[in-house]
Ligand binder design. Structure first.
Ligand SMILES: NC(=O)c1ccc[n+]([C@@H]2O[C@H](COP(=O)([O-])OP(=O)(O)OC[C@H]3O[C@@H](n4cnc5c(N)ncnc54)[C@H](O)[C@@H]3O)[C@@H](O)[C@H]2O)c1
Length: 247
């Protein structure tokens, strides 16, 4: 799966799945990668090991102007955006009794509105070149509902599934394919820091393969959807969850 000549924006690329996606797309020959994250030092560290032209832009995906500046910077540097991976996300542990309007909105602003802002600002560039790949990182929580994470987490991830479908219909005529990847429990700082060992063990038990996934197992699905090996796939979700929807 050769990405030579292709440029990508990956949000949340400083850590976990986003970092693995950046490394995987770079290995596949991408000609330029923008790492967009609020954690600039973390993104710089990932960029330094990519071995392909890269750009780090401090970006808060929940702020539309911040995303627009990042997309403009990417186009200025690489001349175009071919691939958008909407990966930035948060999963705070908040149970229903502690849900407030504010923390509900915070989760939706980052996980769902953040992806919308990125899509909005890359769309015209992709349309004019009549080629594009958008990959939204959803979650098994879209299908099961949040278990320990904030209730808005599952809502935000289900919103991404619906946005994937409507954007796929709207953008097909411009050669833009829009899909999502829905991870199960993946071994990243998000799961390590947010959930207790007992909760993590419960997630593992909740899969057929009885283990956590690697961020690179998600990155491989993203690479497939970004590549020319997936030209008849749009508006759908690839589940990468060790079978956790089966049990
Ligand atoms: N790890 C899992 O088990 C799992 C499962 C399902 C879905 N996901 C999804 O995968 C994505 C990546 O998760 P991860 O496990 O790699 O998490 P992570 O915490 O390791 O990485 C998330 C990255 O997003 C960045 N980020 C957070 N808020 C941001 C903002 N407002 N603007 C820009 N960047 C921001 C963080 O700085 C961080 O670098 C998330 O959308 C998450 O919901 C993860």
């Amino acid at each position: 799966m050769d990405l030579s000549g292709k440029t990508a924006i990956i949000t949340g690329a400083a850590s976990g799945i986003g970092a693995a996606v950046a490394e995987t797309l770079a290995k596949a020959g991408a000609s330029g990668i923008c790492l967009a994250d609020i954690d600039t030092p973390g993104a710089e560290r990932v960029a330094s090991r990519l071995g392909c032209p890269s750009l780090v832009v401090e970006t808060n995906v929940s702020v539309s102007d911040s995303v627009k500046s990042m997309v403009d910077a990417t186009v200025n540097r690489f001349g175009k955006v071919d691939i958008l991976v909407n990966n930035a996300g948060v999963a705070p542990v908040v149970r229903w009794p502690d849900v407030t309007e504010e923390n509900w909105r915070d989760v939706l602003d980052i996980n769902l509105n953040g992806a919308f802002h990125c899509l909005l600002h890359v769309m015209e560039h992709m349309k004019s070149q009549r080629w594009g790949r958008v990959i939204n990182i959803s979650s098994v929580g879209a299908f099961k509902g949040s278990i320990t994470a904030h209730p808005a987490y599952g809502v935000s991830k289900a919103g991404l599934i619906a946005m994937t479908k409507s954007a796929a219909k709207e953008l097909a005529e411009f050669g833009i394919l829009v899909n999502s990847v829905s991870p199960g429990t993946i071994d990243t700082p998000l799961t390590q820091n947010n959930f207790t060992p007992e909760e993590q063990a419960m997630f593992v038990e909740d899969s057929v393969l009885k283990r956590r996934g690697s961020p690179f197992e998600i990155a491989d699905a993203v690479l497939f959807l970004a590549s020319e090996r997936s030209t008849y796939i749009t508006g759908t979700t690839i589940h990468v969850n060790g079978g956790s929807l089966l049990v």
